[in-house]
Structures are given as C-alpha cells and as structure tokens.
Design a binder for this molecule. Structure first.
Ligand SMILES: *[C@@H]1O[C@H](CO)[C@@H](O)[C@H](O)[C@H]1NC(C)=O
Ligand SMILES: *[C@@H]1O[C@H](CO)[C@@H](O)[C@H](O)[C@H]1NC(C)=O
Ligand SMILES: *[C@@H]1O[C@H](CO)[C@@H](O)[C@H](O)[C@H]1NC(C)=O
Length: 258
C-alpha cells in the first residue's frame, strides 16, 4: 500500500579538516553514527494527515477528518528476521492499525503483524481465510490471509495476498520477533518472497487520531494489554473492550462476517 518511500539516514560521518602535510590521508576519522532507519509514508490523497519524522526511530502522526487511507512509519529496507522493539502511544478514533508492516516480492506479498487496531479487526471480513494461530513474544496471534485484487502495491497496481498476524490482546509497545511470524506463515503455506521494506507502521482508514512511535526503544514499564473484540463463539471470560487481559485466549473464533 505504500509505493512512495524515501531513505531517511540519520548517520553522520565526521569530516575533519586536515591542516598540514598534504600527504596526510584521513585515518581513524571519528565517526558518530546514530541509529539509521528507513522511512515510508503513503497517503491515498484523501486523508488529512500530518506525518513527521523525529530523531532516530521516532515519528509522530496526527490525522483527522474521518476519510482516506494512509500508512507511515520507520523501520528497515530490506526487512527480515529482527527483534523489533518499539514503544509509544497509539490513539485512534475510528479505525487504524499499529503493525509491523512490510512487503516481499517474487511473490508480491503485503504483510501485517498487528499489535493494536481501532474499531475494525481485519479478520472480520468474509474474504479472509484463517490459517491457525501462533504464540510469540508473550502473546497469541491469529494468522489470516486475504487476496487483494488490482490494489496499490510497491509494484504499482497489482493482485497479491495479504498475510496477517493479529495479536489477540492489543498492546502498544514491546518486541515483535518477525522471524517467528515468517516461519509460522511459511508453515501455514503462506509463501513469502524477497524482503522489501519493513516498518513499524500506523495506518489510518477513514478515521482520526494521534500516534507517537519510537522504533528501537522498548517500553520501560509494563504495557497494558486489551483483548480484541470478543469473538462470537467464545465464552464470557473475555470481557469487553478496555478490560485487562486476565485469561488466555479461548480458542478459535468464528468471526462476524459483516
Ligand atoms: C499532533 O497533535 C498534538 C496535539 O494536538 C500536538 O501537540 C503535536 O504538536 C502534533 N504533532 C504534529 C507532528 O502535528
Ligand atoms: C531489541 O532489544 C533487544 C534487547 O535489548 C536486543 O537484543 C535487540 O537487538 C533489539 N532489536 C533490534 C532490532 O535492535
Ligand atoms: C489456537 O489456540 C487455541 C488456544 O490456545 C488452541 O486451542 C487451538 O488449537 C489453536 N489453533 C490452531 C489452529 O493452532
């Protein structure tokens, strides 16, 4: 969903001046290398959104107007197996996703490891197919896939699958070991290709909100976890939105499909 992207390099090389003998070549030039992240921002042109890159892995997104679609964030290019640490705030009003988000080519795949979302669980659609579940980094994730037909991609308009891991207890902050998801997807028959970019992304869909995300910075304290919207077939043990997770996830939901 994000064809427009730019390199953001926060690496600085100190270039000294060398007075004196002309034959002196720079050696052992002191280098101050700050964390360097890839940054991507895509907007469908309808969203009213302000995306700002801060220092190192930080970025801020403010959006309003309840219309349009955007995806932005910071990470790596290429992506791959990493212990992705992040922290911050994510306060959508309406629907949005906070995810480790990326693409592969050959085959072309758009993927999401969803840590939190606003009002819409992306598995709540008849087009989505369940591929089981997995645990990683202290949480459980559902695996889903869906085809996208003639949609924007890093290779222009194309038809390609989306793979999703959706954390059953939403959180904002922690570690996402991406390799665990890639392996679970592969084991479920969901084939990835060559890694393109991979970012900790905020995506807004017809919504408003604010987010400040720090990629590379794990949370210092404990992170609240909120169960996703109660699946239709499970018991009352998972209480409503805003409740603290006190139980493990109760098996596999039959989602609302409307
Ligand atoms: C986002 O909104 C908050 C609250 O209104 C404001 O303090 C902040 O400066 C805004 N940041 C950007 C990047 O627009
Ligand atoms: C995330 O934090 C862990 C623990 O400090 C560290 O080992 C790991 O390298 C970090 N991940 C990245 C991608 O920097
Ligand atoms: C999903 O997780 C539940 C609860 O841990 C487990 O009972 C179930 O077997 C899992 N399903 C799959 C397909 O792995």
């Amino acid at each position: 969903m994000a064809p427009l992207h730019v390199w953001l390099s926060a690496a600085f090389a100190f270039c000294g001046t060398f007075a004196g003998a002309a034959s002196v070549q720079p050696q052992n030039v002191p280098k101050s290398v700050a964390a360097s992240y890839y940054s991507s921002f895509w907007n469908d042109g309808k969203a009213t959104v302000k995306y700002s890159n801060g220092a190192n892995g930080q970025y801020t997104v403010n959006w309003s107007g309840d219309k349009g679609n955007f995806v932005g964030g910071k990470g790596w290019n290429p992506g791959g197996n990493k212990a992705v640490n992040y922290s911050g705030t994510f306060e959508p009003d309406g629907n949005a996703y906070l995810a480790v988000y990326g693409w592969t080519t050959n085959p072309l795949v758009e993927y999401y490891i969803i840590e939190s979302f606003g009002t819409h669980n992306p598995s709540d659609t008849p087009e989505a197919t369940s591929k089981g579940n997995m645990t990683s980094d202290g949480g459980e994730y559902e695996i889903w896939t869906k085809m996208r037909k003639n949609k924007p991609s890093i290779q222009g308009t194309a038809t390609f699958p989306q793979f999703w891991s959706i954390r059953t207890a939403k959180r904002v902050g922690g570690t996402v070991t991406t390799g665990n998801h890639f392996k679970a997807w592969t084991d479920a028959g969901l084939k990835l290709g060559t890694h393109n970019y991979m970012i900790v992304a905020v995506e807004g869909q017809d919504s408003s909100g604010t987010a400040v995300i720090n990629v590379g910075v794990a949370p210092t304290g404990s992170v609240a976890e909120t169960p996703t919207a109660a699946p239709t077939t499970t018991s009352t043990e998972l209480s409503g939105a805003g409740a603290t997770l006190t139980s493990t996830y109760l098996g596999y939901p039959t989602r609302n499909t409307t």
